[in-house]
Design a protein around this ligand. Sequence first.
Ligand code: NAI
Ligand code: MN
Ligand code: ZN
Length: 336
Amino acid sequence: MKSLVVEHPGLLVLADRGVPEPGPGEVRLRVERAGICGSDVHILHGSNAFARYPRVIGHEFYGRVDAVGDGVAVAAGTRAVVDPVISCGHCYPCSVGRPNVCVELQVLGVHRDGGFSEFCLVPAANLHVIPDCITDEQAPLIEPFSVAANITDHTGVFDQDVALVYGAGAIGLTIVQVLKYVHGVKTVIVTDRIDERLVAAQANGADRVINTAHRGLADALAADGIRPTLVIDAACHPAILGEAIEIASPAARIGMMGFSTDPCTIIQQKITSKELSIHSSRLNSHKFAKVIDWVASGRLHPERLITHRFPVADFEAAFDAFEHHPTECCKVLLSF
Ligand code: NAI
Ligand code: MN
Ligand code: ZN
């Protein structure tokens, strides 16, 4: 089978590997479509602290059940997506419903081989069957939407919120759709530094966009008397948290998604005086079922994020588009 393998940081190859046999409790998926994510590129460049090499990357994927191991009853041909979060089930975070930060967390495509492969072994417990109304192209986007569902569940969402989303990349756009189309937030503002991405934000539900390439965000908001009540950072530069604290309304919630290891300066008084709540979010905890419902019922529009499609044989062009053409590129799909 063909598998897209990062042999070591800097070297991505389409390798020929043997088709693996599912063990007890496992399913072998015939992968059909997968989405490229920034974290795949981080593993390629050696900047993901959790990755081990060689690694088959890919954690946003869809396929059909091909074979099952002992104790698994799912029919061959069943269409399914895979929650990449593999957890122990008994540690403290698992016991409080947060397997995404399990002390023994394994993420498919990061800690163990993932979905950029013709076949992939996954625990049956991580398999989510999808209805026929979800298309082959929508399906791999369920994972990034689960990330949006996770952070919005942490922050809570009120329909009277004035929401501000930093970053109109794939993650920012999934958050905008969830805020607007699932929760019906009245005002969703998106800020980025790239006009084309802000156009995409509008196509995904943003009511208003602010380009901060030439204008400070605080000034732009103050000019219109806007004090966001919900701020979500999907741009993840370390300077953003301090700014978010500054511009937020009293009693606002702030959601952060970043993995930067650079320190940032925040001031207690500015948080406590407004009694701000700051929530972090990593991957997702049990959000696949609800995202599948949202997509199946037509509330979410994952296809709006897809800008490029390549057969896996053209992976070099696919990664080039993803990494080097941010003005025209959002979600890149590979077919296997
Ligand atoms: P992306 O790189 O496609 O999008 C980031 C966007 O932020 C870009 O459009 C960029 O122009 C914009 N940006 C950068 N600095 C900005 C600033 N100061 N103000 C406004 N906009 C700014 O990345 P993607 O895939 O959308 O992911 C976004 C972030 O979310 C990444 O840092 C990633 O590591 C993180 N992430 C976190 C996850 C989690 O579970 N916590 C899961 C997935 C991604
Ligand atoms: Mn992803
Ligand atoms: Zn655990």
